[in-house]
Design a protein around this ligand. Structure first.
Ligand code: 5RP
Length: 224
């Protein structure tokens, strides 16, 4: 059974006629976009924005109407994956490198539903290295600052080249160990010049739909 597909298809049940939808990025969001496409072809009327070039391409192939940002004031709902999530719906995102666009879109959504298989649901964040988006300018100095924070940063590569985000930036994957205080770390990272944003999503997710290996899904609601 494909647990990512299971979670994604359950989450798509929250998509209703007339909504503006944010489309996430990654192999779990892939299944949500496919399912939304199927429902659009059956008559569902929505408008959407995508969080990456890859998701935009997939949405176009699926016939999902994409709308420019200047024609929308915000979104009703975004469905996106995560690399880790805890019970309070703090997230680590950015494994696919789309964290900045994903965070902008999530911030402007009334609801953010996270879809994941059960392996991503953890007691404490930090096993997955935290992606930090940095500008190319003086990257060595920014990496050194991250190192001083105890991050053990690794500049992300792809096919032996530095990975470049859709925004023209780089990703430093940072191992902080167990993240005891995600809010504080998030604030500290944003205070570093050269850091554009980081994969900690705090107070943004409203619900998580988790696919379980026994074929069930668990829905976790935010208490905020
Ligand atoms: O944050 C992301 C991309 O930037 C993805 O949502 C996250 O990496 C999860 O990906 P997948 O669904 O492929 O496991």
């Amino acid at each position: 059974m494909n647990l990512k597909q299971l979670a994604a298809e359950k989450a798509v049940e929250y998509v209703k006629d007339g909504m503006s939808i944010g489309l996430g990025t990654g192999s779990t969001a892939y299944w949500a976009i496919r399912k939304i496409g199927e429902r659009v072809r059956e008559g569902l009327t929505i408008q959407a924005v995508a969080t990456s070039k890859a998701s935009e391409k997939l949405a176009q192939e699926q016939g999902i109407p994409l709308i420019p940002f200047d024609r929308l004031e915000g979104l009703d709902l975004t469905i996106d994956g995560a690399d880790e999530l805890d019970r309070e719906l703090h997230l680590i995102k950015g494994g696919g490198g789309a964290l900045l666009r994903e965070k902008i879109v999530a911030f402007h959504s009334k609801e953010l539903i996270i879809i994941a298989d059960e392996s991503k649901f953890v007691d404490k964040l930090g096993t997955f290295p935290l992606p930090v988006e940095i500008v190319p300018f003086a990257k060595e100095w920014t990496m050194a600052s991250l190192e001083e924070m105890g991050a053990r940063p690794m500049l992300r590569t792809e096919d032996e080249h530095i990975f470049v985000t859709d925004n023209g930036n780089y990703i430093a994957d940072c191992r902080f160990g167990v993240i005891e205080n995600p809010k504080e770390l998030h604030r500290a990272l944003l205070a570093l010049p050269g850091v554009v944003d980081n994969g900690l999503f705090i107070g943004l997710a409203t619900r998580a739909v988790i696919g379980r290996s026994d074929g069930t899904v668990t829905v976790v609601e935010s208490e905020a």
